[in-house]
Design a protein around this ligand. Structure first.
Ligand code: 3EB
Length: 314
C-alpha cells in the first residue's frame, strides 16, 4: 500500500486504443477501447484531496475517508466469462465489506455473442449473481444491489472491465414502476437475472448524488420498439423521467439542468449517433447535450439501439 498526496480522482477515458487501468499519483483511470462519438472524452467519477491506493488480485482500489472506488481489467475468453465475473465480484464484495455499493459499470467483451450455448451477457449475469447471492443471500440481495451499467465492447474484445463506487454514506436504491426490477426478470431473459437496481441516491455532506443506471427501451420486461430508433429513444427518455422522479430529482426535463447532469449515451450503431444526439438535444437542451458523452457500445439485448445513464447532484 502506498499513500500519495495531492488531488486524486477516479476517471474514465473513452476512445482509447486499448482497455487498461492506469494507476498513478493522480489516482486511477480506466482507459476504454470504445469509439468516442461526441461530448467530453473524460469523466471524473470521484475526486478527493488525498487517497490511499491499494492493489488486490484483480482490482486497483482508491480509498479516501469513507469512500472507496476501484477498477479491474481482466483478460477473459468467452468461455470464462461466468467464472471470471464471479471471481471479480467476490473480490469486490470482500474489499467493500461494511460499505454500501453505490454504482457499478461493467464492460463485457462480445456481450451479444454465443458461447457455451448461451449469450455472453447471460454467462456474465450468472457469475455476478452467484457472487451477490453468496455474500448478500439469495433471497435478500435485492435490497442492496446498486445502480449499474453492463454494455459490450467490440474493440479490445478480450478484456472484461469493472469500475465501482462504494462508501459508508447512506445509500437508497430505487426501482422504476414502468419496469420489472431486473433481478426479477422472467427466466426467458436468462437463467440468472441481472443484479442491479434502477438507481442509487447517496447522501453526502454537500447534498445528494443520484446515479441512474443504464436505461433503455424496456417496459415491464419487454423490449419496446424493435427496429424503431425514434420509439426506442422516447421510451428510454420516459423511463429516465420516471426513474428521476422516484429518485427525488423531480421536475422533468425543464428542471434537469439544475441537477448538474452528467449523461452518458451508449450507441450500438455509429450511424444512429447523429439522430440520437439531435433527439436528445431537443429534450434536454444544448447546454446539457454539450456535457453528454456519446460512445459506441453494444447494448445487452440485441434489438436495443441505445442506452442512457446519468449522474445528478442536488
Ligand atoms: C435493462 O434494463 C437494460 O446488467 O447491469 C441496464 C443497466 C441493463 C444495467 C446490468 C443491464 C444492466 O435490462 C440493460
Amino acid at each position: 500500500m502506498n499513500v500519495t498526496a495531492g488531488l486524486e480522482s477516479i476517471r474514465i477515458r473513452f476512445g482509447e486504443a486499448e482497455t487498461v487501468c492506469v494507476a498513478d499519483e493522480m489516482g486511477l483511470q480506466l482507459n476504454l477501447a470504445a469509439a468516442h462519438l461526441g461530448g467530453p472524452t473524460d469523466e471524473v467519477l470521484f475526486e478527493c484531496e488525498w487517497a490511499e491506493q491499494e492493489v488486490g488480485n484483480n482490482f486497483s482500489f482508491l480509498r479516501s475517508g469513507g469512500c472507496m472506488a476501484g477498477i479491474a481489467v481482466v483478460e477473459c475468453g468467452m468461455e470464462e466469462i461466468e467464472s471470471v465475473s464471479e471471481q471479480l465480484y467476490d473480490e469486490l464484495l470482500v474489499h467493500t465489506r461494511g460499505l454500501s455499493l453505490q454504482r457499478l459499470w461493467n464492460f463485457v467483451p462480445r456481450i451479444n455473442d454465443e458461447s457455451l450455448g448461451q449469450e455472453v451477457y447471460r454467462s456474465f449475469n450468472a457469475g455476478r449473481w452467484k457472487a451477490f447471492a453468496s455474500v448478500y443471500g439469495e433471497t435478500k440481495m435485492d435490497v442492496r444491489l446498486p445502480a449499474a451499467t453492463a454494455v459490450g465492447l467490440q474493440e479490445g474484445v478480450s478484456r472484461l472491465a469493472l469500475m465501482f463506487l462504494a462508501g459508508d454514506q447512506p445509500v437508497e436504491y430505487f426501482e422504476n414502476p414502468r419496469q420489472t426490477p431486473a433481478y426479477q426478470y422472467p427466466s426467458e431473459f436468462g437463467p440468472r437475472s441481472p443484479s442491479f437496481a434502477r438507481a442509487s441516491v447517496v447522501s453526502c455532506e454537500r447534498g445528494e448524488l443520484g446515479y441512474l443506471s443504464g436505461t433503455s427501451s424496456i417496459c415491464g420486461s419487454e423490449t419496446v420498439g424493435q427496429g424503431d430508433l425514434g420509439k426506442q429513444f422516447s421510451e428510454t427518455m420516459e423511463n429516465i423521467r420516471v426513474a428521476m422522479q422516484q429518485m427525488g430529482f423531480a421536475g422533468g426535463w425543464d428542471k434537469m439542468a439544475d441537477y448538474s447532469p452528467q449523461l452518458r449515451v451508449y450507441v450500438r450503431d455509429v450511424e444512429d449517433y447523429a439522430e440520437i444526439s439531435e433527439r436528445l438535444a431537443a429534450v434536454v437542451g444544448a447546454g446539457v447535450l454539450a456535457q453528454t458523452v456519446f460512445i459506441q457500445a453494444d447494448i445487452c439485448r440485441q434489438p436495443l439501439k441505445l442506452e442512457i445513464e446519468g449522474v445528478f447532484r442536488k
